[in-house]
Ligand binder design. Sequence first.
Ligand SMILES: O=C(O)CCC(=O)C(=O)O
Ligand SMILES: [Fe+2]
Length: 226
Amino acid sequence: MKDIFRASTDCAFNFDNPLDQIATALIDPGYLYLEDAIQPSFIQNLTELLEEKERADALTRAGIGKGLALEVRSEIRSDSIFWLEPQDPSPVVVDWLALMETISQHLRRALFLPLESYEGHLARYPEGGFYKPHLDQHRISPTRQVTIIAYLNPDWSDNDGGQLRLYTDLQKGIRGPSIDFLPHAGSIIIFRSADFWHEVLPAARPRMSLTGWLRGREDNPLITVH
Ligand SMILES: O=C(O)CCC(=O)C(=O)O
Ligand SMILES: [Fe+2]
């Protein structure tokens, strides 16, 4: 984990016990944004992996929905993605999946969340790309419990757009209050997948990220963290 998260000395986040901080934040307010959380060298490796997949034409247009109901809807989202596979031998994938398992294990113990697996993909939004307001938990298959997004974009400013807009009142949704986060390289956001409407505002330049979800079992009634 130390190889991925930055040490506490040069980082806004105090990493004395990052796992506890994640667990505490997930209870209340339900999300955690860390500006300089990930080692630059790790971000560099993820970026190279995404660029390599792009060159190899291995990115696919992302869809919405699940299984047979999955469809590409350009008016809703415009990113292209590459799913991480557990059998992928690249060290950056192996290390990331191990970190996700560590976080998962901690949240199982600390919050009794019935987490069993992780799914995640690298994503690239083209210039002008966006993702309209949505919840990450699918209605037909409510397995996604916790969303974890790491951003890969160096020197990102307000003018570049592409903010993640998180709506903090589940009932009011997009008519309620919201907070914007810039997709700065090295920053990370974690939130409860069922409880936050969110969107990606149009990005003025290509925008890269690694988005994933800690998931519960398909056939189990799930406990949420309310
Ligand atoms: O990249 C982001 O900031 C959010 C992406 C997202 O909402 C998703 O892939 O479900
Ligand atoms: Fe999302």
